[in-house]
Write a protein that binds this ligand. Structure first.
Ligand SMILES: [Zn+2]
Length: 400
């Protein structure tokens, strides 16, 4: 059985690497074509950034596979011998927290390289070591408290109910909803400063836009994103009718008023078309499938990992195998998301104009150095947004 599971993981790793290699190959060739959308200098840079990212993804995939082998062959057994005596809720929670912490530490060098070497070289990452260290300490503290509670809750459900996989799904889904509700107002402010938007003319225009879409604003803020990264973004935070609008300071600096309004119009389009609710429903469905599948694994799987079928064993195997299941689900998520984007673009261009949205998208791509072309397999698996060329064509721009 363990050979069979490892073979599946190898196949999953091979698929990821194959997709990345196809993308590297595709971009290396497309780089020599005449530049589209971006200036020729940024077109080259975007291609190089894309290639650097995919090479990094290949190495990360190998490392993930090595980690998987470590856990599958002896890591989990070792941890079980060390930490589990009678297997109560507390022991299970500690087991899982240690498992996650070890994974975190073993992948940390990759994250540090990605932020401080790769993204810095391309002029994105601006974060100081001190900010990064404080961020990580805060995240770790939040994770141990919130994550510890969730893991304990699931461990308790697992050892109490016969239909544990269903009740675990219900509990995890409820917790995700609650976190989503409080994330923008309770968690994000621990990391970033929010300043109410000062430009009253812009503020007025945004409020009119929101009224038209039937949304009540609980404030329009700029966020100091530039202390970590130079990339541009904006979002609507929170669930329910009242939402806060958050504009990255990087976005306000680079886009003019019409472009900003078109971008916000696009985000409002998602609200208007109930995409957020649809995404929540989709997530509930996928999470349900994940729990139904991984919650009904035969005893032989636990034997293969050398784990008891107690709460700790079930959660560990769930965490270990969920990346494979998510990978298989990604094309469906991407497909639905991409079709939502077109309709949000349509709404955004109605709010302002097609020209304003198109020029905003071009500026975003130029600043964020997003390479405008991609291999079809890469789009099929990873793109939550349609290729920029297609979006701009749909907005009526003439691109060859
Ligand atoms: Zn969108």
């Amino acid at each position: 059985m363990i050979i069979c599971i490892i073979a599946i993981y190898f196949f999953y790793t091979f698929a990821k690497i194959y997709i990345s290699a196809s993308e590297i190959n595709f971009v290396s060739k497309a780089k020599n074509l005449p530049a589209v959308i971006l200036s020729s200098e940024n077109y080259q840079k975007a291609a190089e950034y894309k290639i650097a990212n995919e090479k990094f993804a290949v190495i990360s995939s190998f490392w993930d596979c090595a980690l998987f082998l470590f856990w599958a062959v002896f890591g989990l057994k070792m941890l079980q011998n060390l930490l589990i005596t009678e297997g109560g809720v507390l022991q299970s929670a500690v087991f899982i927290l240690v498992f996650i912490a070890v994974n975190f530490v073993l992948t940390l060098p990759f994250e540090i390289y990605s932020i401080f070497a790769k993204d810095r070289k391309f002029g994105f990452s601006t974060i100081e070591v001190k900010t990064y260290a404080i961020d990580n300490l805060k995240s770790a503290a939040i994770f141990v408290i919130v994550g510890g509670l969730i893991i304990s809750l699931v461990a308790w459900i697992l050892s109490t109910f016969a239909l544990w996989w269903f009740w675990s799904f219900a509990a995890v889904f409820a917790v995700i909803l609650v976190i989503n509700m409080f994330y923008p107002t309770l968690i994000v402010p621990l990391f970033n400063k929010f300043i109410p938007l000062e430009d009253s003319e812009l503020k007025n225009s945004i409020e009119i836009l929101m009224q038209k879409a039937g949304l009540i604003s609980s404030g329009i803020f700029t966020m100091d994103a530039s202390k970590r990264d130079n990339r541009l973004n904006a979002y609507f935070g929170g669930l329910g009718k009242s939402k806060r609008v958050v504009l990255f300071d990087t976005l306000v600096k680079k886009l003019d008023k019409n472009e900003l309004l078109a971008v916000l119009g696009h985000e409002l389009g998602h609200f208007k078309h109930k995409d957020i609710l649809k995404n929540i429903a989709l997530m509930a469905f996928l999470l349900f499938m994940l729990f139904a599948l991984l919650g009904n694994l035969p005893q032989s799987v636990y034997d293969a990992f050398g784990l008891e079928k107690g709460a700790h064993g079930i959660i560990a195997i769930f965490l270990l195998l969920s990346s494979i299941v998510s990978f298989v689900m990604m094309p469906l998520i991407g497909y639905l998301s991409r079709s939502n984007e077109y309709r949000a673009d349509e709404y955004g261009s109605e709010c302002e104009s097609k020209e304003a949205l198109a020029s905003a998208l071009v500026k975003l791509a130029d600043e964020n150095k997003s390479f405008p072309r991609s291999h079809f397999l890469y789009i099929f698996f990873y793109h939550t947004h349609p290729p920029l060329i297609e979006r701009l064509k749909t907005l009526g721009m003439d691109i060859k």
